[in-house]
Design a binder for this molecule. Structure first.
Ligand SMILES: Nc1ncnc2c1ncn2[C@@H]1O[C@H](COP(=O)(O)OP(=O)(O)OP(=O)(O)O)[C@@H](O)[C@H]1O
Ligand SMILES: [Mg+2]
Length: 226
């Protein structure tokens, strides 16, 4: 049988452990995602979707449990190894974009390439190629602060993809968009799946989960998959 690209067992995260303000946003998650699948994660506000995504994208370490990503036992690794792994293999689109204000769209998209040994012309080629794919070429020289919500969203998606990572996590990528722009973002994701990527996306939007490219819908409630 094919090995999952994402495998978790009892994956858990606790904040402020042992204190009166202790929170357990992710509890005992057993998850298997296979290569080249497109999965949606839904659930009420506060159910733990973003926290789970930060664990799966190696931005944070779990408090307990096992996480294997692309066959690697990442839950046992130090922050330093996790960061390098994330830079090479994982694209993440944040819920609130987290673009660098004051920099242009071009500069924001290029950020993940800076630690790599790419030449200036290679960087330029990669930035322009992904900008074309997400339809933001006409705004590359604009400061990101001057872009519309949908344009900022496309810059955030381009930045997550500029390294060509096999895994893409997107946290509510259509939350700030009208239905036409949401549709466009979903078409971009469907095209990425066709290219072989594995996608996990959170959403509140009932229209999103009806998209034909989506393979599976997971539901989170109070930190657990139901
Ligand atoms: N760093 C933190 N410290 C303490 N509590 C946190 C932290 N991060 C998240 N939480 C808590 O964990 C719970 C789950 O938050 P999370 O952001 O994962 O939910 P969500 O499902 O993404 O919600 P939304 O749909 O509103 O984005 C919330 O109660 C939140 O307050
Ligand atoms: Mg969230």
């Amino acid at each position: 049988m094919q090995r999952p690209i994402i495998y978790t067992q009892n994956l858990s995260k606790t904040f402020n452990a042992g204190k009166p303000n202790e929170v357990k946003p992710v509890q005992n998650i057993d998850l298997q995602l296979f290569t080249n699948t497109y999965t949606v994660l839904k659930g009420a506000s506060g159910s733990g979707k973003t926290t789970l995504l930060t664990l799966l994208s190696c931005l944070a370490k779990p408090s307990a449990g096992v996480y294997e990503c692309m066959g690697e036992p990442v839950s046992r690794w130090s922050e330093k190894f996790l960061t390098r792994f994330r830079q090479q293999h994982i694209g993440l689109v944040f819920q609130h974009f987290q673009l660098i204000s004051g920099l242009s769209a071009y500069q924001n998209i290029a950020v993940p390439l800076i630690p790599l040994p790419d030449s200036r012309s290679e960087i330029d080629h990669k930035v322009r190629q992904i900008a074309e794919q997400v339809g933001i070429t006409h705004r590359l020289d604009f400061q990101v602060d001057k872009l519309s919500g949908g344009e900022q969203q496309r810059v955030a998606i381009a930045r997550a993809l500029v390294n060509n990572p096999p895994l893409l996590f997107a946290d509510e990528p259509t939350a700030h968009l009208d239905s036409a722009m949401s549709e466009r973002i979903l078409e971009i994701f469907a095209a990425l799946k066709k290219q072989g990527k594995t996608i996990l996306m959170t959403t509140h939007d009932p229209l999103v989960e009806q998209h034909p490219a989506i393979d599976k819908i997971l539901v989170m409630k109070d930190g657990q998959l139901v």
